[in-house]
Write a protein that binds this ligand. Sequence first.
Ligand code: HEM
Length: 441
Amino acid sequence: MTLRYMPDSGRLYGPEYARDPQAVYAELRRRHGAVAPVEIAPGIEAHLVIAYQAAVDVLTNAGGVWSKNPTAWQTRLPDTPEAAGMIAMLGYRPNALFSDGAEHARYRKVISDCFQLVQPHKLRQMVIEVCDSLISQFAAKGEADLVADFARAIPARVFNLLFGRPDSDSAGLAKALSDMMEADGETGARGSDAFSRYIGELIQGKYTQRGDDLTSWFIDHPAGLGSDELAQTIVLVVAASYEPTANLISNTISRMVSDDRYYSSLSNGALSTYDALMEALRAEPAMANYGPYFVRQPVHFHGTWIQPAELVLVSYAAANTEPSNMPEEMRSDGGAYLGFGAGPHRCPASDPAVLIAMTAIERLTSHLCDLELTVPRDGLLWRPGPFHRALAHLPVRFTPIRPDQPGESPWAVQPPSSSIPSEPTFPARSAGYVTSAPWSS
Ligand code: HEM
């Protein structure tokens, strides 16, 4: 597909971009202003919204001028492996992320209503148990890769439990997700098959027997999702939680262990974990550019003509760091930022996401209080790719701890249980919804 983009498009792929995306945004800002032409893969072009106000203008007009439905764009893509990869990430699915208006509101309500029922203290306890079980696997070694051994393992295990599957199923889910994300075509396809099998078995099992879990609540929600809509909603929740939450955790830890203001806070409290998290959300948002939007008719937007069927990506990462939007000094509320988006599609799970990340990091640093990077932060490898800001590895060392050591240890916890004991429990759909149903208001 040839659009009218300029020849000096920025590239949002390859090692140079992965090494320093902010330098690429700064150059694009200098050359193009608020909206810049970019390539997200060889031959696949997009408009990147890099100014804060322009980003807010898109996000808050979703459903009006702007649509989330990618159908017109994807049908014009060439038949190439690059395009197929982009369709896997951005192609239409019947769920909240790719729909507008009433359709969007219906899908979204299922997700937000059901997340409301996950009680924060129960979720926190679940994360503690998952984290302690992970930490116990490397604590005695004195070294770890906190991406593979910790950050990426957490969301797969936590969401497997939230969906109502036994903890023993989480390894299969984690493997399927990591195969899908990381690998060559064959491994990716195997991961994708395994993920589809996981979702199929999950839904089948919960249709047969409900529990106190997200899947059962999705099934019984008054919106009455059909089986494909249900599957796509679960796919969205897994996809929207896995990468961003893992990256939020590892990006935040990488800042804490390489900055004295946090480093000292690991033991004596200068700046808090929350400060680091806010800084990561602002300066290195995990969903760096994953904000696809489309116009319904030609629009002249902040100096650029945009046509229907052209991909527009809101760059949360560039908008957040636009110089005019940067606070003079670090503020504990992070200042205005778009780490969780804005407008109708703003992340509906930002509170649980922050709770999971905060709990995980605090658990890690309370057991291992002298973590240090084994390479300087600017030597860390980032995964290439246009959408996420994701560390490939986070190698650390620390004083080892042992199971027989006195005091609290990660070995003391029980393995996580398979359901979220949450109240109130919903009546099953067959029981009919009455005004006292939790989401009847
Ligand atoms: C508990 C884990 C998470 C879950 C279940 C979750 C779920 C979702 C869902 C379902 C959406 C689509 C909402 C809609 O279209 O109406 C969404 C959007 C979004 N999420 Fe999350 N999310 C999680 C964690 C995160 C994290 C950690 C970040 C960033 C650090 C993040 C950033 C975003 C952003 C920027 C959007 C807006 C996308 C857009 O404008 O198209 N999310 N999330």
